[in-house]
Each structure stands twice: as C-alpha cells, then as structure tokens.
Design a protein around this ligand. Structure first.
Ligand code: FPP
Ligand code: K
Ligand code: ZN
Length: 496
C-alpha cells in the first residue's frame, strides 16, 4: 500500500514525480536509464491518495467492506487509470453532454425490469428533470408530457400516487409538485386540486405533531419534510379540518403545530437524525430535519432552538471519509454519491446560520440556545475539495453511456444523477440568508431570502470553471428561480 508522505501540502509535479506513490518508479539519476511514467503526476493532497494512516486493528465484515471501497476509489482519485482526462489537480471534467443524454433516456419508456419501480414514477420525473436543469438543459419541452402524466396520478381524495389507481403518498406528491415546478408552467400548476390536497394533508397530520406518509401509513420525518414543502409551495391554508386526527375542539392547533418538536425527537444519541424517534441516525433524515425546520422558521433561530447543533455537526462531519472524499449515510457504512446531497446539502443550511451579515450585527441576540462563537464567513464546515474530488473522479460513469452513480463499479441511475449533482451544487456555491420575515413558528408566510454566490477558494479552484452546475434552493432542492416561480404563483391566489 502507498506510504503516507510526511506533509499534506500540495506538491509540485516535479516533486511529485520523485515521491508520488503512483507516479511510476523514479531511480536516482542515471543518464542512460529511460524513466517510464505510468501516468502524469498531478497536484493532489496526500489526504486523497493514500489509505488512512491510523487504523483500528480489529478486522470485521465492516472494515473489509471499507477497505475494498478505498481500493476501488483510489485509482480514480489519483488518476491512475486512464478512464478520464484529468486536469493538473487530478480532477476530470464534468461530462455534461453524456449525463444530459443519459437523463433524457431515463424519461423514455424503460425496460421491463423497471416494473419494480412503478410506484416511484413521479420520482423519475423529478430526478431526471432536476438533474438536467442543474446541468443547464431546458426541460420545458417535457411540459405537456409531464402535465398529462401527473394528471393520471392525482386522486380525487387529494394528493398524487405513484401512478393511476395508486394511493396518494407524501413522497410521490412531493416529487410531482417539484416536477411541475421544474417544467415551470402555470397550466401545470393548475393541475393540482389544492382543496383536496389540503384535506388529504390534514388527514395525515397526527396528534404528536408529525405526518403519516399516506392514510394509515407510517409516520416519519420524510413525511414532515415533504408536507412542509408541499404546504408552502402550494400555499395551502394551515387550518386543520375537523376530520384531522390532530384536530381538537377549541384549540388553535394547525398543520405545523408540534412539527418542530417532532423533528427534535428524531435527534439521536449520536447527534444525527433518525427517520422516527428512537431509531438509527441516517443522512437522508438529517436533510429532512433541517429542511423542515428551515421552512417552519428562520434557520438561524429555529435550528439551534430544536437541535443540538454541535452534536449534529460532529455527526455530519463524521460522514465525510478520506481518502474517498465523499459522504456515508450512517456510522460504519460506505461512501455513496447520493449522500453528497443528503449529507452535503445539510451544510448550506448549517453554514447559513453562521454566515449571515444580519447574524453578525443582531448576533444571536435574544436566543440563549444559539451558538456563541461564529466561524468566519469564508470557512467551510466540510471539505468541499474532498466532495468535489469524489463526485468528479468516482461518481461519473466513464463510458459514453453517461449518468452519475453511487461509487465506482455501480451503474449510473437517475436517483444518483440528481443527488450527486445537487451535492455538487452545494459544494460549488455559498448561500447567505439575507433576511426572513419574522413570525411565529407556524406562520407559513416566513419566506427566508437566500442569496447565492459561487464559492471561491482562497488559493486554487480544482475544477474547471465550466463545470459549475446551477445553484439549487438549499431547502426545496430545485434551482432557485423554479422554487420562486411556483411559490409566488400560489401566494398570489386567494382561497382555492
Ligand atoms: C438506507 O439504505 C437508507 C435509509 C435508511 C433512508 C433512505 C431515505 C432516503 C434516501 C430519502 C428520504 C427522503 C425523502 C424526502 C423521501 P442502505 O442501507 O441501502 O444504504 P446505507 O448503507 O448507505 O445506509
Ligand atoms: K447506500
Ligand atoms: Zn446512494
């Protein structure tokens, strides 16, 4: 195995030629000796080219799986194999053309094996359209097809199922609403029966504050996040129907009452967030928790009020591995490209809490639960370089088929394409919360105003300028202008 070098400094190609573990064998100068490069030397910090120097001596199935993952990633991270053309930092270009072709194909009729995914058809729409939009592709050509497809998925009793005749589910409804936002057509927005949707969502609201994902289904934090997204994008009333399980006579409880408390109960002893109280922390649920809270109130106040932020940051940071650079979804598990979003997408929300100008003046004024010391605006709480290296080196299908994937050796798919690119967007941009309307936690009108800038490294940017993807909304996970368009369309409506 490669030997760790004593420093983690960036090294020059010349110095690297002598010491880089993958740079071919360099013997002491001998004029007659022809030195063979196996491949060029790149400027890659040691952190991303050698196995971790400190190891637990106990060998288990878990440690073997981890070692194997490092072995399959290292050749891609160090440019050892010639699968890509690497720049001087050892980073390949984002192959936008092939990925866009892959995503168009994923919206065509799919082979028979996909029948297992039939109940997830709305997800395919969202994943493919969102990924294409982030890559700069105009998806409005799909407008009519999307409108007709989602029309067949809506139930008269409110919400959207996975297809015609399937029960409504909060996850498929969330995917439909985002897909409509992405094709961006008012005829599309008008498809949604908002009154039936409101009644259906009220029927999912539970007395303990959370949401079932479908009538009689499980109650979990996906439900909390998806409900908050749907209610605010469609500007549904917050009032509860008397038929709602959460309704009690004479109370002013509404759709968002007790929801932040429900999210709080999902934080585990590890500091991460589980799908429901007293379960295992997982990255996908951390994003749901932060996204839900950031809709219910100003993230600067509501996140530290309901979550133990230092312990959450500690858990989130532990998800990023070296040398791979990517994130895992939970303790003792492997890196996977999709966590670039589920975990990586948590950092803009947490960082925004620290980075806002208004935060600096108003400080965390009246809130005793807020962190006392704020890191400087330019500092990141995760290694953007590591994530970008994992995404561009390990998550791109190298062949002409295109698409993005979990890790080398896995097939690309629409789900990973969407969330790998969303994670790339988080790594390449910096969000600032410029203002938000003050209000109570259940107001529903408290739009946070997010300002986004390309993230610029102090010293060197390892990726090509043309490889930036569009910035997404840090909460709604679709490009900002699409979130704004659907939100303002329904805000302008009075009643149903
Ligand atoms: C474990 O899978 C995965 C989970 C426990 C949660 C997955 C949930 C989501 C990805 C999305 C939820 C959010 C919404 C908005 C619907 P695994 O055991 O295959 O993977 P692992 O080994 O990486 O944990
Ligand atoms: K996984
Ligand atoms: Zn995955």
């Amino acid at each position: 195995m490669a030997r760790p070098r004593p420093s983690d400094q960036r090294f020059s190609p010349a110095a690297a030629a002598a010491t880089h573990p993958f740079s071919g064998r360099f013997e002491p100068a001998d004029e007659e000796f022809v030195i063979e490069h196996t491949y060029p030397a790149y400027m890659i910090p040691d952190l991303f080219t050698v196995a971790p120097p400190v190891r637990d001596a106990l060998v288990t199935a878990t440690s073997r799986a981890q070692d194997k993952t490092v072995d399959i990633c290292l050749p891609f991270l160090s440019g050892e194999d010639d699968v890509f053309k690497y720049n001087e930092h050892g980073v390949p270009r984002l192959n936008k053309t092939n990925h866009i072709k892959f995503l168009h194909r994923s919206l065509e009729p799919l082979p028979g094996g996909f029948i297992l995914m039939d109940a997830s058809r709305p997800w395919f729409l969202y994943w493919s359209l969102s990924a294409m939009t982030m890559l700069g592709e105009d998806v409005s050509v799909y407008k009519d097809a999307i409108i007709e497809t989602v029309r067949s998925m809506q139930n008269e009793t409110g919400g959207f199922g996975g297809g015609g005749g399937q029960l409504s589910h909060l996850a498929t409804t969330y995917a439909v609403v985002l897909a409509l936002a992405l094709v961006g057509a008012e005829e599309g927005f008008e498809i949604v029966d908002r009154k039936a949707m409101w009644r259906w969502i009220c029927s999912l609201k539970q007395p303990d504050g959370g949401f079932q994902v479908g009538v009689g289904g499980e109650e979990d934090i996906r439900g909390a996040y998806c409900a908050a997204v749907i209610v605010t994008l469609l500007n549904l009333p917050l009032d509860l129907t008397p038929e709602s399980p959460a309704w009690t006579a004479g109370s002013d409880k509404n759709l968002f009452s007790g929801l932040a408390e429900y999210v709080k109960r999902c934080q585990t002893f590890e500091g991460g967030i589980s799908g429901q109280p007293n379960a295992e922390a997982h990255g996908a649920y951390a994003f749901c928790a932060l996204g839900c809270l950031s809709i219910l109130g100003d993230p600067r106040r509501i996140i530290p009020r309901y979550l133990d932020v230092p312990r959450l940051i500690s858990w989130l940071s532990s998800r990023q591995y070296a040398p791979e650079g990517g994130f895992s979804g939970r303790t003792n598990k492997l890196v996977d490209g999709c966590y670039s979003h589920w975990v990586g997408g948590c950092f803009p929300l947490i960082e925004a809490c620290f980075n806002t100008p208004s935060n600096k003046q108003a400080g965390m004024k009246s809130d005793s639960a807020s962190p006392k010391k704020l890191p400087p605006a330019s500092e990141s709480l995760f290694s953007r370089e590591g994530l970008i290296r994992y995404i561009l080196c390990c998550c791109q299908e190298p062949s002409r088929k295109g698409g993005l994937r979990d890790k080398p050796g896995k097939a690309a798919d629409a789900y990973h394409s969407c969330y790998v690119l969303s994670g790339l967007s988080s790594a390449q941009h910096q969000w600032e919360l410029t203002s938000s309307v003050e209000g109570d936690l259940t107001g529903g009108q408290m739009d946070s105003v997010w300002n986004v800038l390309p993230y610029l490294e102090d010293d060197v940017q390892i990726f090509d300028h043309g490889d930036r993807v569009l910035p997404i909304h840090p909460v709604y996970a679709i490009p900002l202008q699409h979130q704004q368009a659907i939100r303002s369309y329904f805000l302008a409506k009075e009643g149903f």
